[in-house]
Each structure stands twice: as C-alpha cells, then as structure tokens.
Design a protein around this ligand. Structure first.
Ligand code: ADP
Length: 482
C-alpha cells in the first residue's frame, strides 16, 4: 500500500478533521512505469462547499482563538514530524510525480524547513504605530484573510504546500487545499501529519479531484477570502477571473522562460553545473527552470561544448533508480514536449541525454535536448515548454543580453554570470524578474527568499516573510482620546 505508514484511508478528502470517502474516484498512476498507484477522491462542488464551511467554522473555534505563538509551535512540531518521515514522503513523491528519489528527498526536507521557518515567524509579524494628529493614537493590525484556497500543481507538491499553506496557517488563516489530480499523495500525507502535530480540525482541509470540477468550485466559492494558485497561465487566468467575481485577492505563480546570462569573463567551472541542472531538474517541469542560456560570443563555443558533454552523460529512467532525469508526469505532458521538439526541427541540436535501455515502455520518458544557436524570437526561445529542453542563444553586448533576456512575456527568475561587479549591479536592476541570481541559480531554493513573478509569470510573492504579508490583511485603528 503506497500510503501505508500514513493514516489515510484511500479515496478520501480531509474535511473538518475527518477523512470523508467520496462517491466517485480517480486513479493515480506512476509516471515511471504507467502502473496504477491508488484511487483518490473525485471532489465535487458539494465537497468543496463542506471544506469551506469547515474552514470558516475553524476560524470561530480554537484555531481562530489561538495565539500566534501557539500556531507557531504547531507548525514547528509539524516540521519536526516531517523530518522524521522524509524518506516515506520522498518514496510517495517519487512514485506519484516520477521525481528522481534524491530530488524527492530534498523536497521533503524543504517541506520541513518551511514549517520550521513559518513556525518561528508566526509571532514575529507586527503592526506599527503611526504618528498622527493631536489627540489620536493610530496603529495597524495584521489579520488573517479568513478562508484561503490553495490550488497547486503536480510538479513540486511538497514545496508548494510548504510555502503557501505554511505561510497561510502561520498567519491564522484556515485553508482549503486542492492538490493536482496527477499527484496528491504527499498533500494527503502532509494533512495527516498536521493532524498528528495538533492542528485543530478544519484549519487545513484537503479536497482532491479534477481542476475543472473541484478546482473551479474552490476558485468560485464566495466563502473563500484569498486564493493562491501555482500552475499554467491559462488556468491562472481562469482563477483570477473567478476571484474577480467575488472580489478576493489572488496570488498567482505561473510559468517562466528564465534566462541565465553568461558573459565572457564568467567562472565557467562554477557556472556549468548550474546551467545544466536548472534546465533538467525535475525533467524541466519547474516554473523557475532555466530554459534559455544566453552566452556571449567569446565563450559561446566553449559553453556549448561543455554543456553538450554534460547532456551526453545524463541518464533518463525510473524515479526510484535515481537517474539525472525522471519521466514526465503524463502521456499528455510528453506529447506537449514532443510537439515542441518537433517545432525545433529547423534548429540544430547540440546534444541529447539518453533514456536507459530498460526504461519501462509505459513510462513517459523523453530525451533531454539542448538546442544550438537559437534565434531569440523562435517559439522554443519564447514559449514555456515544461520539459527537459534548453536553448542556447549567442549575444554580443550587455545591451543585447538584457534585451533578449527581457524579450519574452514572462519574468520569473534570471541569473547573471560575470566577475564584473558594476555589470552585476546594472543587470540586477535591468532584468525583469522576481528573483535575480548573481553567479548562482536558485540559491539552493531558500525558503527565506521571496519568490514570484512579473508579467505572465504572475503576481504576489510567496516564501520568506513577504508571504506572511500576502496571507494577511492590514487594519488601521485610529483612536481619538483628546
Ligand atoms: P498543468 O498544466 O501543469 O497541469 P494546471 O494549471 O492545469 O497545470 O493545473 C494546476 C492546478 O490547477 C491543478 O491543481 C489543477 O487541478 C487545477 N486546475 C486546472 N484547471 C482548473 C480550473 N479550470 N479551475 C481551477 N483549477 C484548475
């Protein structure tokens, strides 16, 4: 039983602290070999309504009355509990998402880290006093939105639960979580662990099911006071439209086409692993994947050849064999990525990784591909692929690099590789992105670092203290005392 070790009955939602079984179910399959893993509940609008009601009720009970310090203690306890279960969580995630086991283990540790961070931060968010007219005292209060809806994707369930549900609970919201239909086991396991850590009933509810059913019902529910969504631009647009009908705030973390810019003076030995890993991690199914590598002409051939050598050494295979690259999440995703590779048939390929010979034929494997000398306006250099595909783009000057880097509709992450300090400062300001990395990419994922996009990459920030502001609302209190 894949869920053994976690107290989760199959095909159930968690609503008001109770596992409630569903009339209708969906099957989860293992992307590494196409086998069935288990059944999950196919949530309906009625299930979502029950979950929102449970969350609302929790806000009027012990959860709503709890001090910030006590909320923090529960989250910290949950972090400790997760640390004792990282291997079990990683095994679930590897089977459910097809994520190479080492990467799945890192995600489980990150989930614990989010709970530790937000556990510690819960009672450190303060208002301010504002000097005002004679006879007044004015101060601000940071208060929870109320019921927060969290619609998350399948690529990094644990990390995204950590950064959105963790921050929302720290601020005292009550959450309804709708994981992706392709991968929701760790969301259910997380909820079970949260109960074990002492989270009161209804503070976190999980409804599984299809996006167009449970997801749409949650985003349109008038009882939801804030929505956070991570996923595609298309669905993000639907969520924001639904939120507009109820006039509720939305945090959207959508796609990206994130560049790394390599100048002639870069430390190539340091850059090389980042250039490749940022494109192939989680088989490129990462919002902040670096799918564009911009290289100054003087080192272009050297960077291409070294990246090509790294690609040739990549292994692609089942998640539990811990390859460099696992399968894609689904047959549909494989078809989408294959379609992009087909659009690149007019381009030359610098190198491809190899699918291991004994890879199960029902797994969704695709060879990682590095394209050479790609025009910046080519579809492969403009559209998010969400697969292990990177394009190399040569450039001449700093101005060219900035124009190319900023020349897509996205703006999530960017990296600059140069030893020139003044150039580092100029580019950190010139690049359109929510995060800019100098001589690194991703900074190890830091839960402390605010994250989010500009343009079609979305708006709002998760992670760090910034998320706590997003998951709360500000009240100004003005007292006239004469
Ligand atoms: P992807 O294209 O990577 O599968 P999606 O953006 O389609 O990502 O899905 C991300 C999340 O959004 C999932 O939990 C999915 O169920 C949900 N979702 C999909 N369609 C809708 C919709 N119409 N309304 C609300 N949620 C949706």
């Amino acid at each position: 039983m894949p869920l053994s070790g976690f107290a989760i009955p199959s095909a159930s939602h968690l609503i008001a602290g109770e596992w409630t079984s569903a009339a209708s179910t969906l099957t989860l399959t293992n992307p590494s070999d196409g086998t069935d893993i288990t059944s999950i509940a196919r949530g309906t609008a009625a299930d979502v309504d029950a979950a929102v009601t449970a969350a609302k009720t929790a806000l009027t009970g012990p959860w709503g009355q709890m001090t910030a310090t006590e909320r923090g203690r529960i989250l910290s306890r949950l972090g400790q509990l997760i640390l004792t279960r990282t291997e079990d969580l990683a095994q679930l995630e590897a089977r459910d998402v097809g994520k190479p086991i080492t990467q799945a283990r890192a995600d489980a540790v990150a989930l614990a880290r989010y709970m530790e961070f937000y556990g510690g931060a819960a009672d450190k968010i303060m208002g301010e006093t504002i000097p005002y007219l004679q006879g007044y005292t004015v101060y601000t209060l940071r208060e929870p939105h109320g019921v927060t809806g969290h619609i998350i994707p399948w690529n990094y369930p644990m990390q995204i639960i950590g950064r959105s549900v963790g921050a929302a609970l720290a601020m005292g919201n009550a959450c309804v979580l709708k994981p992706a239909e392709e991968a929701c086991l760790t969301a259910l396991a997380f909820a079970a662990l949260a109960q074990e850590a002492g989270l009161p009933a209804g503070a976190l509810n999980v409804v599984t099911g299809l996006g167009a059913e449970a997801g749409a019902a949650l985003s349109a529910h008038p009882g939801v006071n804030h929505l956070s969504f991570t996923g595609s631009v298309g669905v993000g647009t639907l969520i924001q439209t639904a939120a507009a009908q109820n006039v509720v705030p939305v945090t959207l973390e959508l796609g990206g086409k994130s560049p790394q810019i390599v100048f002639d003076d870069a430390d190539l030995d340091r850059a090389l692993p980042f250039l490749v890993n940022a494109g192939i991690q989680n088989a490129g199914q990462t919002c902040s994947a670096s799918s564009r590598i911009l290289v100054q002409r003087g080192v272009y051939a050297k960077v291409r050849d070294r990246m090509a050598a790294a690609y040739t050494a990549l292994t692609v295979g089942p998640a539990l064999t811990d390859p460099s690259v696992g399968p894609l999440i689904s047959a549909r995703q494989k078809q989408i990525v294959a379609g992009f590779l087909d659009q690149g048939r007019d381009l030359s390929i610098a190198a491809q990784g190899k699918i291991v010979e004994n890879a199960p034929s029902a797994g969704h494997y695709i060879a990682p591909t590095l394209f050479d000398n790609v025009p910046p306006n080519h579809p492969l250099a403009q559209q998010e692929i969400f697969g292990p595909v990177q394009v190399l783009i040569p450039f001449d000057t700093e101005e060219d690099a900035v124009a190319i880097a900023n020349g897509t509709e996205f703006g999530l992450v960017a990296a600059v590789w140069t030893r020139d300090g003044a150039r580092q400062m100029r580019l950190s300001k010139a690049l359109h992105a929510g995060q800019v990395f100098i001589n690194n990419y991703g900074a190890g994922g830091g839960v402390e670092l605010p994250f989010g996009g500009t343009g079609k990459s979305g708006h709002g920030r998760e992670k760090g203290f910034e998320a706590l502001y997003g998951f709360s609302t500000l009240k100004t209190v003005a007292t006239w005392h004469g």
